[in-house]
Design a protein around this ligand. Structure first.
Ligand SMILES: [Zn+2]
Length: 454
C-alpha cells in the first residue's frame, strides 16, 4: 500500500480544481428554480471519461443529483464527500463581474457559488478523480469506499436533493463519515487562527406570535390593543437571551477560545457557560464574537415579519409577528415554545409553531475523522488551533446525522487580508475565492481523506 503522492501532484491538482470550479460557476443553477442538470452533466462527463461507477438521480425535470463510488477493500465503512450545486439568486447590479462567468481576476475566482459551495464540489471532485486514478494504477489501496455526492436543492430545503435521497435511495448514503459544508473556515481571535469544524448544527422552527385584543376606535385608546400587546411580547423576546443550554460543542469551542486569551481572560472565559455570569462575560468581548457565542448557547428567536391593522383610525383586534426560531441540539420545538411562553407571560399572546420544524444535531467529536482534520491542519497551518463548532444554521447534514452518520462541516479555507470572511462571502455580492485558497483547501482535504482511508 502506498500513500497518495501529496507533494508532486499538488500544483497539477490545484489547477484541475480551479478548472472544475470555473466550469461549475458557469452553470446557472440558481434555486429557485434550480436547474442543477447543467452542473451535474459536467460532473457526469468527468466520471464517464475516467470510467468511474456513477448514478444520476433525476428527481424532477432539471432537478438532478449525482452519486459515484470508488470501491475500497471494505475494512472500514464508507466516507461520503458531499456538496450541493444549487446556488442562491444574485442582484446583478451589485456585482462587478458576471456572476456566472467563472472569471479569474487578481487571483480570485468570481461567481455565485464560489464559496457556497461549488468550490467544495470542485475540490471533492478533484480529489475523488485523483483517488480513482491512483486506485486504478494500483498506487493506492483504500480501506473504505469513497462516495461522491453532489446534490440539488440544498438552498430551498432539499426536497429534490438530500431529502429525496434519504427517502428513496438511502442505500447510497450508508456511510460512517461525511464531509460537507458548514465549517472549515478560520476565525482570528487574540492574534491566533482557529479553524472550526462544524460538529453540530442548530435546528429551526418558525414561530407565530398572535396577539388578540379589543377592536375599537383609534380616538379612544385602551389597554387591550393587540398591537401594543404584540410590541411588548416582541420586546420581551428580544431584550435578553432565552435560557442558556450548554452543549459539548460549545464547551469545546470555549475551551479553545480561552487558549487564545491572556490571563485573567483565559480563566474567565469559561464562565460564559454559567447562566448567571454569561452575559456580563460576553459584554467584554467583541460584539461579533459575543453574538456568535450567544447563538451557540441559547435557542434564539429573531422577529422577521410583522402584520397588523387595516386603517389608521381603527384599533385592530389581532396582530401577529413571525419569529425565525433556531433550536440548539437536544431541544424540541415544544421546549422552545415553552421558553417563549414563559418569557412573554401574556395570556393574550398565543405562541404557535408554523410549518415544518427541524431539530438540531450534535455529532461526537472524538473520532478518527476529527483526528485526521486536526493532523491535516497541523501539517498545513502548524500555528493554528482547531475546534469543534456549532453552526447556528442548517445544512444537508441534518438528513445524515439522524441516520447515525458522523457528518462534519469542513471546507477548509484560510483567512486572507482584504477578503471578507467566507460567511460574508456566501450569498454575498462579488462572491469569490482565491486560487491560493482553493489550493490550500485541496491540500488539507487530501490529507484528511488519505489519513482516514489508508
Ligand atoms: Zn450551502
Amino acid at each position: 500500500m502506498r500513500d497518495i503522492h501529496i507533494v508532486d501532484s499538488t500544483e497539477e491538482l490545484a489547477a484541475e480544481a480551479v478548472k472544475h470550479l470555473q466550469a461549475l460557476l458557469r452553470c446557472e443553477t440558481v434555486n429557485p428554480p434550480g436547474n442543477e442538470s447543467t452542473a451535474i452533466e459536467y460532473i457526469r462527463s468527468q466520471f464517464e471519461a475516467e470510467g468511474i461507477e456513477y448514478r444520476v438521480l433525476e428527481v424532477a425535470p432539471g432537478r438532478v443529483n449525482i452519486w459515484a463510488r470508488i470501491r475500497g477493500n471494505g475494512t472500514k465503512r464508507p466516507l461520503l464527500l458531499l456538496s450541493h450545486v444549487d446556488v442562491v439568486p444574485v442582484e446583478r447590479e451589485h456585482w462587478s463581474v458576471d456572476p456566472f462567468g467563472g472569471t479569474i481576476h487578481n487571483g480570485y475566482i468570481y461567481g455565485r457559488g464560489a464559496v457556497d459551495t461549488k468550490s467544495l464540489t470542485a475540490k471533492e471532485l478533484t480529489l475523488f478523480l485523483h483517488a480513482a486514478r491512483q486506485a486504478k494504477a494500483g498506487e493506492m489501496t483504500l480501506s473504505r469506499d469513497l462516495i461522491f455526492l453532489a446534490v440539488a436543492d440544498e438552498e430551498q430545503g432539499g426536497t429534490y436533493g438530500m431529502g429525496w435521497i434519504v427517502k428513496n435511495a438511502p442505500e447510497l448514503i450508508d456511510v460512517e463519515y461525511a464531509l460537507n459544508e458548514g465549517g472549515g473556515f478560520a476565525v482570528e481571535v487574540g492574534g491566533k487562527r482557529i479553524y472550526v469544524c462544524s460538529t453540530a448544527e442548530k435546528g429551526s422552527a418558525l414561530i407565530k406570535l398572535r396577539a388578540t385584543g379589543d377592536p375599537g376606535h383609534g380616538s379612544v385608546p385602551h389597554q387591550r390593543n393587540a398591537i401594543s400587546c404584540l410590541a411588548n411580547a416582541v420586546r420581551r423576546v428580544s431584550l435578553a437571551p432565552l435560557p442558556l443550554h450548554v452543549t459539548a460543542t460549545a464547551r469545546a469551542l470555549i475551551a479553545t477560545l480561552a487558549q487564545t486569551q491572556k490571563q485573567p481572560q483565559q480563566s474567565l472565559l469559561p464562565l460564559v457557560l454559567k447562566p448567571l455570569l454569561s452575559e456580563s462575560l460576553l459584554g467584554t468581548l467583541d460584539t461579533y464574537i459575543a453574538d456568535a457565542l450567544r447563538a451557540m448557547l441559547h435557542n434564539t428567536a429573531s422577529p422577521t415579519l410583522l402584520q397588523a391593522g387595516y386603517a389608521s383610525n381603527v384599533i385592530p383586534g389581532e396582530a401577529t409577528a413571525t419569529l425565525d426560531g433556531r433550536l440548539l441540539p437536544g431541544q424540541t420545538p415544544e421546549m422552545f415554545v415553552a421558553e417563549l411562553r414563559r418569557r412573554i407571560a401574556d395570556p393574550n399572546v398565543a405562541v404557535e409553531v408554523e410549518g415544518v420544524t427541524f431539530n438540531g444535531h450534535e455529532c461526537e467529536q472524538d473520532t478518527e475523522l476529527f483526528t485526521a482534520i486536526r493532523d491535516a491542519l497541523a501539517m498545513h497551518d502548524p500555528e493554528a488551533l482547531v475546534s469543534p463548532y456549532l453552526l447556528p444554521a442548517m445544512t444537508d447534514s441534518r438528513f445524515l446525522v439522524p441516520r447515525g452518520i458522523i457528518a462534519y462541516g469542513f471546507d477548509p479555507m484560510m483567512p486572507e487580508p482584504g477578503w471578507p470572511s467566507p460567511q460574508q462571502m456566501a450569498h454575498g455580492h462579488d462572491e469569490r475565492i482565491s486560487v491560493a485558497n482553493v489550493a490550500f483547501g485541496l491540500r488539507v482535504l487530501q490529507r484528511v481523506i488519505t489519513q482516514i482511508s489508508a
